[in-house]
Design a binder for this molecule. Structure first.
Ligand SMILES: [Zn+2]
Length: 376
C-alpha cells in the first residue's frame, strides 16, 4: 500500500463527523513534526484547528484543508461501511475519500517529500487544517483568520484541497467562489375569515408583487469569469391548513449567490429598500455565509495552470463555480487563493470514492506546486 493511500485510509477510519476531528489532526501533527514542522493546535469551542509551519519569513504558502466530513446517512445505503475504507476496482470508498481526506493525506506526503529534499528552502510552507468546514464554519478557519489578523500573520498564497476536478485530475482550477447570503423574511398580516377580507390583511397577497420583483430582477451581468448574481427563493410558509382562513403571517427563505460586483451590506440594503417600497410590515434576518473571493491572473494562477496542465494533459478550465469554501476567510488577509483537488463527482453522496491512481498522483501534484512557488 502506498504512503498516501495508507494515510487516507487511516483518516477515513476515524469517524470525524463535523465538527469532531476524532484524532485526525494529532496523527497528522505527529508526522509533520517528524518532518521538522512546528505545530500549533488552535482549539476554539468544539473545533480543532492545526497550524503547522516549516521555514520562516516570506513568501508564505499555505496548504488549506479540513478533517471533518458530512454525516454518512444510513449505513444500509452504502455498499461498504462508510468508516471502514475499502478499495474496489481501483476506487477507494469511504466518507471523506474525496472531500477531503485524500487531499489532506496528499498535503502531508507532499510536505514530507518537499522538506526532505529542500530542508533549507526559502520562505514558509504551512499546513492549516480545521474540523469545522462542513458544519457551521464559525470556530474553524473564520476564527483562525481572525487570530492571524491580530498576529499580523501574512499569507501570500493559499492552495485549498477541495475536490475541484470534474472528469480527470487537474482538469479544473478554481480561482474564486461566489458569496452566499441567506435571508429569513417574515411578513406580518392580520388573520381573518376569507369571507370578510376587509377585516383582515393577507400577507400572501402583500408579499406576492415584492417576490415577483425579487425573482425577476437582473442583479448584474456577471463579473470576470463569474456568472451573474442570482437570488433563489427556497421556502414559503403560510396558512393554517384551512381554506377559509386568511393567515396572519408568512415566512419566506431565500438565498443569494453573488459575484464581486456586490457585498453583503449592499445587497441587504437593496432588498430592504425594495420591501419598503412595497409597503410591507416585515421582519428580515440575514445570515452572511461568506463574501466572494477572486484571484486574478498572477503568479499563483500561472504556476497552477502549468502544473495542472502537465497532469491533465491540457490546460485546466479556470472556474469560479460551486458553493463556498474556507478560502473565503483566507483571501481577505491579502492572499491569492486557488482550489485544487480530486474529482468531485461523489462528494457528500453515499459510496463516496476517489480513484486510487488520482490519489497516488496527488502528492506529486502538490509537491510540484510547492516547489515551483517556493524555489523558482
Ligand atoms: Zn470539503
Amino acid at each position: 500500500m502506498s504512503d498516501v493511500l495508507d494515510l487516507t485510509c487511516d483518516l477515513i477510519a476515524r469517524a470525524s463527523v463535523t465538527p469532531d476531528d476524532a484524532g485526525c489532526q494529532a496523527t497528522i501533527a505527529a508526522r509533520l513534526q517528524r518532518a521538522g514542522f512546528a505545530c500549533e493546535s488552535l482549539r476554539y469551542g468544539q473545533v480543532d484547528n492545526l497550524w503547522a509551519t516549516h521555514g520562516s519569513g516570506a513568501p508564505v504558502l499555505v496548504l488549506l484543508g479540513h478533517t471533518d466530513v458530512v454525516p454518512s446517512g444510513p449505513r444500509e445505503a452504502w455498499s461498504s461501511d462508510p468508516f471502514a475504507p475499502e478499495v474496489r476496482e481501483g476506487m477507494l470508498y469511504g466518507r471523506g475519500a474525496a472531500d477531503m481526506k485524500g487531499s489532506v493525506a496528499a498535503f502531508v506526503v507532499a510536505a514530507e517529500r518537499f522538506t526532505a529534499a529542500h530542508p533549507d528552502h526559502p520562505g514558509t510552507l504551512a499546513v492549516l487544517l480545521t474540523s469545522d468546514e462542513e458544519g457551521d464554519a464559525i470556530e474553524g478557519v473564520r476564527k483562525v483568520a481572525a487570530t492571524f489578523r491580530e498576529r499580523g500573520q501574512r499569507i501570500d498564497w493559499c492552495i485549498t484541497g477541495e475536490p475541484s476536478s470534474t472528469a480527470k485530475l487537474g482538469d479544473l482550477l478554481r480561482v474564486g467562489r461566489r458569496g452566499s447570503l441567506s435571508a429569513t423574511l417574515t411578513v406580518k398580516g392580520v388573520q381573518g375569515h376569507v369571507a370578510y377580507p376587509h377585516k383582515a390583511r393577507n400577507p400572501i397577497h402583500q408579499v406576492a408583487p415584492a417576490l415577483a420583483e425579487l425573482a425577476a430582477r437582473a442583479w448584474d451581468d456577471g463579473y470576470e469569469s463569474f456568472p451573474p448574481t442570482s437570488l433563489q427563493v427556497s421556502n414559503i410558509h403560510a396558512g393554517t391548513g384551512a381554506n377559509n382562513v386568511i393567515p396572519g403571517e408568512l415566512q419566506v427563505l431565500f438565498n443569494l449567490r453573488y459575484n464581486p460586483h456586490w457585498d453583503a451590506p449592499r445587497l441587504e440594503a437593496e432588498i430592504a429598500a425594495l420591501l419598503d417600497r412595497h409597503g410591507l410590515d416585515y421582519d428580515l434576518r440575514w445570515h452572511r455565509s461568506g463574501e466572494p473571493f477572486y484571484t486574478p491572473e498572477g503568479r499563483l494562477r500561472a504556476v497552477a495552470r502549468e502544473v495542472l496542465g502537465e497532469f491533465a494533459g491540457a490546460p485546466p478550465e479556470e472556474s469560479t463555480g460551486g458553493g463556498t469554501s474556507d478560502a473565503r476567510f483566507i483571501a481577505p488577509l491579502g492572499a491569492q487563493c486557488i482550489e485544487v483537488g480530486p474529482v468531485n463527482a461523489s462528494i457528500h453522496q453515499v459510496d463516496e470514492h476517489v480513484s486510487v491512481a488520482d490519489l497516488e498522483a496527488l502528492p506529486e501534484l502538490y509537491r510540484r506546486l510547492v516547489e515551483r512557488l517556493l524555489l523558482d
